[in-house]
Write a protein that binds this ligand. Structure first.
Ligand code: ADP
Ligand code: MG
Length: 250
Protein backbone atom coordinates (compact mmCIF):
# COMPACT_ATOMS: atom_id res chain seq x y z
CA UNK A 1 0.00 0.00 0.00
CA UNK A 2 1.18 3.50 -0.75
CA UNK A 3 0.70 6.44 1.59
CA UNK A 4 -1.32 8.47 -0.89
CA UNK A 5 -4.93 8.93 0.16
CA UNK A 6 -5.91 9.61 -3.46
CA UNK A 7 -5.35 5.98 -4.30
CA UNK A 8 -7.73 4.81 -1.55
CA UNK A 9 -10.69 2.96 -3.00
CA UNK A 10 -12.02 1.85 0.39
CA UNK A 11 -11.72 3.78 3.61
CA UNK A 12 -13.33 2.94 6.94
CA UNK A 13 -12.86 5.47 9.74
CA UNK A 14 -13.81 4.62 13.32
CA UNK A 15 -16.71 2.43 12.25
CA UNK A 16 -18.96 1.22 15.06
CA UNK A 17 -21.78 -1.21 14.46
CA UNK A 18 -24.13 -3.01 16.83
CA UNK A 19 -26.88 -5.53 16.29
CA UNK A 20 -29.26 -4.75 19.15
CA UNK A 21 -27.18 -4.78 22.33
CA UNK A 22 -24.29 -6.65 20.69
CA UNK A 23 -21.37 -4.46 19.64
CA UNK A 24 -19.95 -6.16 16.58
CA UNK A 25 -17.56 -3.51 15.19
CA UNK A 26 -15.84 -1.38 17.82
CA UNK A 27 -13.96 1.27 15.89
CA UNK A 28 -12.67 -0.11 12.59
CA UNK A 29 -10.10 1.92 10.63
CA UNK A 30 -9.05 0.46 7.31
CA UNK A 31 -7.67 1.96 4.10
CA UNK A 32 -7.37 -0.05 0.92
CA UNK A 33 -5.78 1.28 -2.25
CA UNK A 34 -6.77 0.57 -5.80
CA UNK A 35 -5.19 -2.64 -7.04
CA UNK A 36 -4.43 -3.98 -3.58
CA UNK A 37 -5.24 -7.44 -2.30
CA UNK A 38 -6.10 -7.37 1.39
CA UNK A 39 -6.82 -10.44 3.47
CA UNK A 40 -8.86 -10.26 6.66
CA UNK A 41 -8.15 -13.08 9.07
CA UNK A 42 -9.22 -13.75 12.63
CA UNK A 43 -11.38 -15.99 14.75
CA UNK A 44 -15.01 -16.74 13.98
CA UNK A 45 -17.39 -14.05 15.22
CA UNK A 46 -14.73 -11.31 15.18
CA UNK A 47 -16.65 -9.17 12.66
CA UNK A 48 -14.94 -10.05 9.36
CA UNK A 49 -18.12 -10.65 7.37
CA UNK A 50 -19.69 -7.56 8.91
CA UNK A 51 -16.80 -5.43 7.64
CA UNK A 52 -17.41 -6.71 4.10
CA UNK A 53 -21.15 -6.17 4.46
CA UNK A 54 -20.53 -2.56 5.52
CA UNK A 55 -18.36 -1.94 2.46
CA UNK A 56 -21.12 -3.30 0.23
CA UNK A 57 -23.91 -1.36 1.97
CA UNK A 58 -25.65 -4.51 3.16
CA UNK A 59 -25.53 -3.14 6.71
CA UNK A 60 -25.12 0.44 7.93
CA UNK A 61 -22.97 1.30 10.93
CA UNK A 62 -24.28 3.47 13.78
CA UNK A 63 -21.23 5.73 13.53
CA UNK A 64 -18.05 6.27 11.54
CA UNK A 65 -17.31 6.99 7.90
CA UNK A 66 -17.17 4.52 5.04
CA UNK A 67 -15.99 5.73 1.64
CA UNK A 68 -16.00 3.33 -1.29
CA UNK A 69 -14.87 4.49 -4.73
CA UNK A 70 -15.76 8.08 -3.87
CA UNK A 71 -19.17 7.30 -2.34
CA UNK A 72 -19.95 7.91 1.34
CA UNK A 73 -21.60 4.54 1.93
CA UNK A 74 -22.56 5.33 5.53
CA UNK A 75 -24.65 8.27 4.31
CA UNK A 76 -26.72 6.39 1.75
CA UNK A 77 -30.32 6.61 2.88
CA UNK A 78 -32.26 5.11 -0.01
CA UNK A 79 -32.22 1.45 -1.02
CA UNK A 80 -31.88 2.58 -4.65
CA UNK A 81 -28.58 4.29 -3.73
CA UNK A 82 -27.34 1.14 -2.02
CA UNK A 83 -28.22 -0.89 -5.10
CA UNK A 84 -26.22 1.58 -7.23
CA UNK A 85 -23.23 1.04 -4.95
CA UNK A 86 -23.58 -2.75 -5.07
CA UNK A 87 -23.36 -2.65 -8.86
CA UNK A 88 -19.81 -1.37 -8.43
CA UNK A 89 -18.69 -3.70 -5.63
CA UNK A 90 -18.77 -7.42 -6.36
CA UNK A 91 -19.23 -9.88 -3.51
CA UNK A 92 -18.79 -13.63 -3.54
CA UNK A 93 -20.05 -15.68 -0.61
CA UNK A 94 -19.36 -19.11 0.80
CA UNK A 95 -22.75 -20.20 -0.60
CA UNK A 96 -22.61 -19.52 -4.33
CA UNK A 97 -26.42 -19.50 -4.83
CA UNK A 98 -26.49 -19.96 -8.58
CA UNK A 99 -29.91 -20.18 -10.20
CA UNK A 100 -30.39 -23.96 -10.60
CA UNK A 101 -32.78 -23.66 -13.54
CA UNK A 102 -30.43 -21.47 -15.61
CA UNK A 103 -27.36 -22.59 -17.53
CA UNK A 104 -23.94 -21.41 -16.44
CA UNK A 105 -23.89 -18.83 -19.24
CA UNK A 106 -27.36 -17.53 -18.36
CA UNK A 107 -26.41 -17.27 -14.68
CA UNK A 108 -23.54 -14.99 -15.70
CA UNK A 109 -25.38 -12.75 -18.16
CA UNK A 110 -28.57 -12.31 -16.13
CA UNK A 111 -27.58 -9.41 -13.85
CA UNK A 112 -25.63 -7.34 -16.40
CA UNK A 113 -28.56 -7.50 -18.84
CA UNK A 114 -31.40 -7.12 -16.30
CA UNK A 115 -29.78 -4.75 -13.81
CA UNK A 116 -27.24 -2.80 -15.88
CA UNK A 117 -29.24 -2.97 -19.10
CA UNK A 118 -26.12 -4.17 -20.90
CA UNK A 119 -26.23 -5.22 -24.55
CA UNK A 120 -27.01 -8.93 -24.84
CA UNK A 121 -24.51 -9.86 -27.55
CA UNK A 122 -21.68 -8.00 -25.84
CA UNK A 123 -22.57 -9.54 -22.48
CA UNK A 124 -22.60 -13.07 -23.86
CA UNK A 125 -19.17 -12.39 -25.36
CA UNK A 126 -17.93 -11.06 -22.02
CA UNK A 127 -19.41 -14.09 -20.21
CA UNK A 128 -17.51 -16.45 -22.53
CA UNK A 129 -14.29 -14.55 -21.86
CA UNK A 130 -14.92 -14.77 -18.13
CA UNK A 131 -15.63 -18.50 -18.38
CA UNK A 132 -12.27 -18.87 -20.06
CA UNK A 133 -10.67 -16.89 -17.25
CA UNK A 134 -12.20 -19.16 -14.61
CA UNK A 135 -11.25 -22.18 -16.75
CA UNK A 136 -14.80 -23.36 -17.42
CA UNK A 137 -15.29 -22.63 -21.12
CA UNK A 138 -16.64 -26.12 -21.73
CA UNK A 139 -19.37 -25.71 -19.08
CA UNK A 140 -21.25 -22.74 -20.59
CA UNK A 141 -24.35 -24.80 -21.33
CA UNK A 142 -24.26 -26.98 -18.21
CA UNK A 143 -26.59 -26.47 -15.27
CA UNK A 144 -25.22 -25.74 -11.78
CA UNK A 145 -26.35 -29.14 -10.48
CA UNK A 146 -24.03 -30.81 -12.98
CA UNK A 147 -20.96 -29.04 -11.58
CA UNK A 148 -18.74 -29.66 -8.56
CA UNK A 149 -18.73 -27.15 -5.72
CA UNK A 150 -15.45 -25.67 -6.91
CA UNK A 151 -16.79 -25.28 -10.44
CA UNK A 152 -19.97 -23.64 -9.16
CA UNK A 153 -17.94 -21.23 -7.07
CA UNK A 154 -15.87 -20.33 -10.15
CA UNK A 155 -19.12 -19.58 -12.00
CA UNK A 156 -20.16 -17.38 -9.07
CA UNK A 157 -16.87 -15.48 -9.42
CA UNK A 158 -17.43 -15.06 -13.17
CA UNK A 159 -20.95 -13.84 -12.41
CA UNK A 160 -19.59 -11.19 -10.03
CA UNK A 161 -16.99 -10.10 -12.61
CA UNK A 162 -19.61 -9.77 -15.34
CA UNK A 163 -20.85 -6.65 -13.55
CA UNK A 164 -17.38 -5.12 -14.16
CA UNK A 165 -16.98 -4.22 -10.49
CA UNK A 166 -14.38 -1.77 -9.25
CA UNK A 167 -13.49 -4.13 -6.42
CA UNK A 168 -14.46 -7.61 -5.33
CA UNK A 169 -15.12 -8.91 -1.82
CA UNK A 170 -14.63 -12.62 -1.13
CA UNK A 171 -16.17 -13.99 2.06
CA UNK A 172 -14.71 -17.41 2.89
CA UNK A 173 -15.39 -18.57 -0.64
CA UNK A 174 -13.60 -21.89 -0.21
CA UNK A 175 -14.86 -22.79 3.27
CA UNK A 176 -17.76 -24.94 2.09
CA UNK A 177 -15.82 -26.77 -0.63
CA UNK A 178 -14.41 -30.27 -0.71
CA UNK A 179 -10.67 -30.02 -0.06
CA UNK A 180 -9.81 -31.23 -3.55
CA UNK A 181 -11.68 -28.35 -5.22
CA UNK A 182 -10.34 -25.54 -3.03
CA UNK A 183 -7.18 -25.16 -5.10
CA UNK A 184 -8.95 -24.50 -8.40
CA UNK A 185 -10.92 -21.64 -6.84
CA UNK A 186 -7.79 -20.14 -5.27
CA UNK A 187 -6.01 -20.29 -8.69
CA UNK A 188 -8.78 -18.20 -10.18
CA UNK A 189 -8.61 -15.61 -7.40
CA UNK A 190 -4.82 -15.52 -7.69
CA UNK A 191 -5.11 -14.80 -11.43
CA UNK A 192 -7.59 -11.99 -10.76
CA UNK A 193 -5.32 -10.39 -8.20
CA UNK A 194 -2.36 -10.67 -10.57
CA UNK A 195 -4.48 -8.89 -13.19
CA UNK A 196 -4.79 -6.02 -10.69
CA UNK A 197 -8.34 -6.46 -9.38
CA UNK A 198 -8.76 -4.73 -6.03
CA UNK A 199 -9.72 -7.60 -3.75
CA UNK A 200 -10.66 -7.98 -0.11
CA UNK A 201 -10.70 -11.55 1.09
CA UNK A 202 -11.94 -13.00 4.33
CA UNK A 203 -10.17 -16.33 4.41
CA UNK A 204 -8.93 -19.18 6.56
CA UNK A 205 -6.46 -20.20 3.86
CA UNK A 206 -3.39 -18.83 5.60
CA UNK A 207 -0.82 -19.91 3.03
CA UNK A 208 -2.89 -18.37 0.26
CA UNK A 209 -3.32 -15.14 2.22
CA UNK A 210 0.41 -15.06 2.79
CA UNK A 211 1.15 -15.58 -0.89
CA UNK A 212 -1.28 -13.14 -2.51
CA UNK A 213 -1.86 -10.31 -0.04
CA UNK A 214 -0.35 -6.86 -0.05
CA UNK A 215 -1.73 -6.41 3.45
CA UNK A 216 -3.08 -8.81 6.04
CA UNK A 217 -5.52 -7.56 8.67
CA UNK A 218 -6.08 -9.49 11.89
CA UNK A 219 -9.43 -8.94 13.59
CA UNK A 220 -10.61 -10.05 16.97
CA UNK A 221 -13.71 -9.14 18.95
CA UNK A 222 -14.79 -6.29 16.66
CA UNK A 223 -11.38 -4.65 16.39
CA UNK A 224 -8.42 -4.68 14.05
CA UNK A 225 -5.73 -5.95 16.37
CA UNK A 226 -2.93 -5.59 13.83
CA UNK A 227 -2.28 -5.19 10.14
CA UNK A 228 0.82 -5.37 8.03
CA UNK A 229 2.62 -7.23 5.30
CA UNK A 230 2.22 -11.01 5.20
CA UNK A 231 5.78 -11.24 6.48
CA UNK A 232 4.91 -9.09 9.49
CA UNK A 233 1.64 -10.79 10.38
CA UNK A 234 2.60 -14.38 9.69
CA UNK A 235 6.26 -14.39 10.68
CA UNK A 236 7.36 -11.47 12.78
CA UNK A 237 4.48 -10.34 14.96
CA UNK A 238 5.09 -10.11 18.68
CA UNK A 239 1.37 -10.39 19.39
CA UNK A 240 0.90 -13.77 21.10
CA UNK A 241 -2.74 -14.01 20.01
CA UNK A 242 -1.84 -13.66 16.33
CA UNK A 243 1.07 -16.06 16.69
CA UNK A 244 -1.29 -18.60 18.19
CA UNK A 245 -3.90 -18.03 15.48
CA UNK A 246 -1.54 -18.35 12.53
CA UNK A 247 0.50 -20.97 14.37
CA UNK A 248 2.10 -23.64 12.28
CA UNK A 249 3.09 -21.36 9.43
CA UNK A 250 6.84 -21.26 9.34
P1 ADP B 1 -17.02 -13.36 11.32
O1 ADP B 1 -17.31 -13.18 9.88
O2 ADP B 1 -15.70 -12.83 11.76
O3 ADP B 1 -17.22 -14.78 11.78
P2 ADP B 1 -19.44 -11.80 11.71
O4 ADP B 1 -19.13 -10.47 11.14
O5 ADP B 1 -20.26 -12.71 10.88
O6 ADP B 1 -18.09 -12.50 12.17
O7 ADP B 1 -20.20 -11.65 13.09
C1 ADP B 1 -19.69 -10.90 14.17
C2 ADP B 1 -20.68 -10.96 15.31
O8 ADP B 1 -21.88 -10.32 14.93
C3 ADP B 1 -21.04 -12.35 15.73
O9 ADP B 1 -21.13 -12.37 17.15
C4 ADP B 1 -22.40 -12.56 15.11
O10 ADP B 1 -23.16 -13.45 15.88
C5 ADP B 1 -22.98 -11.17 15.12
N1 ADP B 1 -23.92 -10.92 14.00
C6 ADP B 1 -23.61 -10.94 12.70
N2 ADP B 1 -24.67 -10.64 11.94
C7 ADP B 1 -25.70 -10.42 12.80
C8 ADP B 1 -27.09 -10.07 12.66
N3 ADP B 1 -27.61 -9.87 11.44
N4 ADP B 1 -27.82 -9.95 13.77
C9 ADP B 1 -27.29 -10.15 15.00
N5 ADP B 1 -26.00 -10.47 15.21
C10 ADP B 1 -25.21 -10.62 14.14
MG1 MG C 1 -17.87 -14.52 8.44
Amino acid sequence: MTASTDAAIVKLEDVHLSFGQTQVLKGIDLTINKGDAVSIIGPSGSGKSTILRCINALVTPQSGKITVAGTRVDQLTKESERIQLRKRVGIVFQQYNLFPHLTVLDNIVLAPIKILGADKTATVKLARELLEKVRLSEKADAYPGQLSGGQQQRVAIARALAMKPELVLFDEVTSALDPETVGEVLWVIRDLIRDGMTSILVTHEMRFAEEISDTVVFTENGRIVDHGSPQQIFHSTNNPRIRQFVGGLS
